[in-house]
Design a protein around this ligand. Structure first.
Ligand code: GAP
Length: 528
């Protein structure tokens, strides 16, 4: 078990995290970031719509990713494949037979659960008990507290730890062997109850395929069963030859894609963290067999650098190397981010060998290879994949940015300290009053800035209230036009994070804003 209590507590005040997360979800709705899908009909489980600010933030994340791939790497090109694909694609990729989650129903509540999640929650409960003991002891002993020693010697902690170890081992074995009967037995032995009915009246565990199905074609007989893609990657694999030939690409080279993916998640929770319709940014990097470990290391490092360049806090990231690998992979790691509900996967980097291309060659009967002019031979390229969820990235950024601040005089403010380059709105232009030619001057300034920066205009309420509205959506710059502006051609610039104010010449505004919001500064960091 990770002795993560100390680092976790340092970064987040644990007791308030659940509360803060709830507030963040409410904030996302109130300020036009994320709405429940079809809310007027009471929503649709684990499906969300992005609002006017959410879509801007999401587009900026996508822009940062897309440019880091296709602009900074001359050997990476993009595609935009269709969501619908020939059904054989999913037979070849293994999704028809193996893209399953183990599900279990409670007969009394009629609620459905993921068996693995029920057991993982049980593991987390034991971890919680240990952490509470450690927390209590840390308070009791103060500075002299030795956490490692306490964990190794306290009888209650040791007992919980032993329970955790045994359960974890039994669970891992059952999952690795896809032993559904054993998963059910663990649930019974651990006396896990349904949170709704409180009973242990469980059905057997069954496999549940996560792909959504639909039909293509108008007649009942002629209709073909097709799937909504559960990952964007296969659209890249089936286009490997097209891109390699038409782009005259030489190995090593990559194909990047951003697009929607769909999974019928049994347990969809934690807001946009686990959705049924979500968006992925995936890049498949085609390489010579035998060079995969070197490229795996390269992409693992580059991707972490990409995350850290945003400045959300280096300590909030960690790698989680996979011990158990998918049958086609020979290395895999996750980049995890410290969300309010613990370290969670945001991105996966996988060394997928030549599995996918070989499978598509087998199922299509087409030769899918690369002729290497240096070796004067053909081979099926190996692949390193980087796969990140846009929505999880969005959530990690929002979690890191959301702050409730206590100001002098007892006032509080909610501010989104978003990286300025990603902020949905960069500048808000505000005339001090709605008269005396100030709105006209403000509009003039807005027209000057709006071609380069997402700019809004606000003349309603007091300046203080207008600042708070912009803080709440993370706008890095507010520009106030007052009566002096008409004479001295200067405005007041107010900075979101420090709330400091400067008098700035109108002609200098563009440079001041560009310096803070230009993505080029991130690209330079990545290339350094
Ligand atoms: N092509 C590889 C692949 O799809 P994955 O680990 O299943 O790998 C990659 O998914 C990323 O997609 C995850 O790291 C996560 O960010 C995102 N993702 C996966 N399932 C998701 C879901 N239900 N909701 C939101 N994001 C999801």
């Amino acid at each position: 078990m990770q002795p993560f209590l100390t680092e976790y507590c340092k970064l987040y005040n644990m007791a308030t995290q659940e509360e803060t997360f709830k507030k963040l979800v409410a904030h996302c709705k109130e300020y036009g970031f994320v709405f429940p899908s079809s809310e007027i009909y009471d929503g649709l489980g684990a499906v969300y719509d992005y609002g006017q600010n959410g879509v801007e933030l999401k587009n900026n994340i996508k822009r940062y990713w897309w440019d880091s791939m296709t602009l900074l790497h001359e050997n990476i090109v993009g595609i935009d494949a269709a969501i619908f694909m020939h059904p054989t694609t999913w037979k070849a990729s293994g999704h028809v037979d193996a893209f399953n989650d183990p599900l279990i129903d409670n007969r009394d509540s009629k609620k459905r659960y993921r068996a693995d999640v029920l057991i993982e929650e049980q593991l987390a409960k034991i971890e919680d008990k240990i952490n509470k003991e450690v927390e209590k002891a840390a308070k009791r002993f103060g500075d002299s507290f030795d956490e490692t020693m306490f964990r190794q010697t306290n009888p209650r902690v040791m007992e919980h730890q032993e329970h955790w170890n045994q359960l974890h081992e039994r669970y891992s074995k059952a999952m690795n062997a896809s032993d559904l009967a054993e998963l059910k037995q663990i649930i019974l032995d651990e006396e896990i109850v349904c949170p709704i009915s409180g009973t242990r009246n469980w059905t057997d565990v069954r496999q549940f395929n996560l792909m959504f199905q639909t039909e293509m074609g108008s007649t009942a007989d002629g209709a073909m069963k097709i799937y909504l893609r559960p990952e964007t990657a296969q659209g890249i694999f089936v286009n490997y030859l097209n891109v390699q030939k038409t782009g005259r690409m030489k190995i090593p080279f990559g194909i990047a894609q951003i697009g929607k993916a769909f999974r019928n998640e049994i347990v969809a929770r934690q807001f946009v963290f686990r959705m049924r319709e979500f968006e992925q940014m995936e890049m498949q990097f085609f390489i010579k067999p035998g060079t995969e470990m070197e490229w795996f290391k390269h992409w693992k490092e580059f991707r972490l650098k990409w995350h850290k360049a945003l400045g959300l806090g280096d300590e909030k990231y960690r790698y989680h190397d996979h011990e158990k690998l998918a049958h086609y992979a020979n290395a895999a790691t996750d980049i995890e981010f410290l969300m309010p509900f613990g370290f969670k996967e945001v991105e996966g980097i996988h060394s997928r060998t030549n599995f996918d291309l070989s499978q598509h060659a087998k199922y299509s009967g087409k030769k899918i290879e690369y002729f290497d002019p240096e070796l004067n031979e053909s081979y099926t390229p190996y692949v390193i994949e980087t796969s990140i969820g846009v929505d999880r990235m969005f959530l990690s950024i929002m979690c890191a940015a959301y702050k409730e601040e206590q100001l002098e005089g007892g006032e509080t403010r909610v501010v989104l300290q978003l990286p300025a380059v990603l902020a949905p709105v960069k500048v808000c232009v505000m005339p001090l009053v709605k008269k005396d030619g100030l709105p006209e001057k403000a509009r003039e300034i807005m027209d000057m800035l709006k071609f380069d920066f997402k700019t809004t205009y606000d003349e309603k309420d007091s300046i203080g209230k207008r600042y708070r509205r912009q803080d709440a959506i993370g706008t890095p710059f507010c520009i106030t036009i007052d009566h002096d502006t008409l004479n001295d051609n200067c405005v007041t610039v107010r900075y979101r994070d420090t709330m400091a104010q400067d008098r700035v010449k109108i002609e200098d505004l563009h440079e001041l804003i560009a310096k803070a919001v230009d993505m080029k500064q991130l690209y330079r960091k990545l290339m350094a």
